[in-house]
Design a protein around this ligand. Structure first.
Ligand SMILES: Cc1cc2nc3c(=O)[nH]c(=O)nc-3n(C[C@H](O)[C@H](O)[C@H](O)COP(=O)(O)OP(=O)(O)OC[C@H]3O[C@@H](n4cnc5c(N)ncnc54)[C@H](O)[C@@H]3O)c2cc1C
Length: 374
């Protein structure tokens, strides 16, 4: 039975994570007729399961301008999207448990200040004064006041809803199975939903399929070096308000934020690579509970009620891939955010819209170009 259906658009986005939804939103806002294909549900993968950290500090230097520009967008996002995404610009504390870590934070801080990101270094006394809830294992910290947190699933959905209000077509439970290329230019994306095949014809295709972006691209001869990796989060029972910052310790291998309702979300900074396995193993959950209690003594004995894992999309140098693919006209990659893409989602989407509409982005994409991998 041939049940192919056809729709046409000016741009088609593959993937309904924060990068895909933000791309659809900013494209629709620029008046582009856009369709988005999501194989399952909006925000169902990493974009809805992440740690909610909206941070600029402690990033690769190449990525820093994007994080700074993204936070400028975050500051107005709640009003712009017309939805409470629980964004709090509550700061970000990166703690040090030893001299070597403090020294590396100091070096990184000097570079951040040079790049226009305001950070402060705190010694042990200042850390006690500013964050008395933290354990005494830490000897100091680096702090960025303009960093913050938001609710991942609400933010991703809010982008999707806002795009829809502006006229974007959002097709959920629709898996993109192939990208059509005619001559040297993209022409369509074929998807599959419960009713069969659907073809979206468009001169622009944005691959924002996260850890799955490589498989789709391979079929048109574009090998994207993106690998999956697992990251786990454990969530406590509701606690009294303890802190509003995003906090992390590389020495303990944990980070945390406290959600508005009081649950503390604890994640790990060490992730096993090369897996799509989304189980949350018992030893990882024990590590997170132990690390959380060391980081915040008030969490000793706290009940962890839930946990989940998400799949990261890692590049070899842990910096995203954003921009055109020279060999295939109209094909844009927005992938490989390597565990930092929640914060970067808004600016990634805005830059995608500029590539389509203006032919030139407002921020240089040189450092995140696909061709850096040869
Ligand atoms: C546990 C965890 C904690 C994290 N913490 C943070 C944090 O604190 N701060 C931060 O900035 N980042 C964090 N991240 C990273 C961040 O979540 C990701 O970098 C970001 O969500 C990537 O967004 P994305 O839209 O590119 O990908 P995804 O969210 O993976 O979305 C890709 C979407 O594409 C869809 N898809 C795939 N293939 C197809 C197809 N063929 N057809 C149609 N749809 C398809 C998928 O179903 C998925 O919904 C964390 C991630 C995890 C897992």
């Amino acid at each position: 039975m041939n049940d192919r259906r056809r729709i046409s658009a000016e741009a088609v986005v593959i993937g309904g994570g924060i990068v895909g939804c933000a791309s659809a939103y900013y494209l629709a806002r620029r008046g582009v007729q856009v369709a988005l294909l999501e194989k399952a549900t909006i925000g169902g993968e990493a974009s809805g399961r992440n740690g909610g950290g909206v941070r600029q500090q402690c990033r690769d230097r190449r990525e820093r301008p994007f994080a700074i520009a993204s936070v400028k967008l975050w500051e107005g996002l709640q009003a712009e999207l017309g939805f409470d995404i629980e964004y709090v610009q509550g700061g970000n504390i990166r703690m040090a448990a030893n001299d070597a870590r403090m020294e590396s934070l100091r070096r990184e801080g000097a570079e951040e200040l040079e790049d226009g990101l305001q950070v402060e270094l705190w010694d042990r006394d200042e850390l006690r004064r500013r964050a008395p809830y933290l354990g005494d294992v830490f000897i100091g910290a680096k702090y960025c006041a303009t960093d913050g947190t938001a609710n991942p699933i609400l933010t991703t959905k809010a982008f999707g809803w806002a795009a829809q209000r502006l006229g974007a077509t959002i097709l959920t439970r629709t898996e993109a199975v192939s990208i059509g290329v005619e001559g040297a230019r993209v022409a369509s994306v074929t998807g599959r939903d419960q009713d069969g095949e659907i073809v979206v014809e468009a001169p622009w295709v944005i691959n924002a399929a996260g850890p799955w972006s490589a498989a789709l691209s391979r079929a048109i001869g574009v090998e994207i070096p993106v690998e999956p990796a697992r990251s786990v989060i454990a969530i406590t029972q509701r606690c009294a308000p303890l802190f509003r910052e995003f906090i992390s310790s590389h020495d303990l291998g944990v980070y945390a934020r406290q959600a508005r309702e009081g649950q503390v979300h604890v994640g790990g900074t060490n992730v096993p690579p090369h897996t799509f396995d989304q189980r949350a193993p018992a030893d990882v959950l024990e590590h997170l509970a132990r690390g959380a209690a060391q980081m915040i003594p008030a969490l000793r004995g706290a009940n962890f009620l839930r946990s989940w894992a998400g799949t990261l999309e890692m590049t070899p140098d842990k910096v995203p891939i954003l921009g055109y693919v020279d060999r295939v006209k109209g094909y844009i990659l927005a992938t490989g955010f390597s565990g930092h893409g929640f914060c970067l989602g808004p600016i990634a989407g805005k830059l995608v819209s500029e590539l389509v509409v203006d032919g030139a982005p407002s921020l240089s994409l040189h450092e995140v170009r696909f061709s850096r991998f040869g």
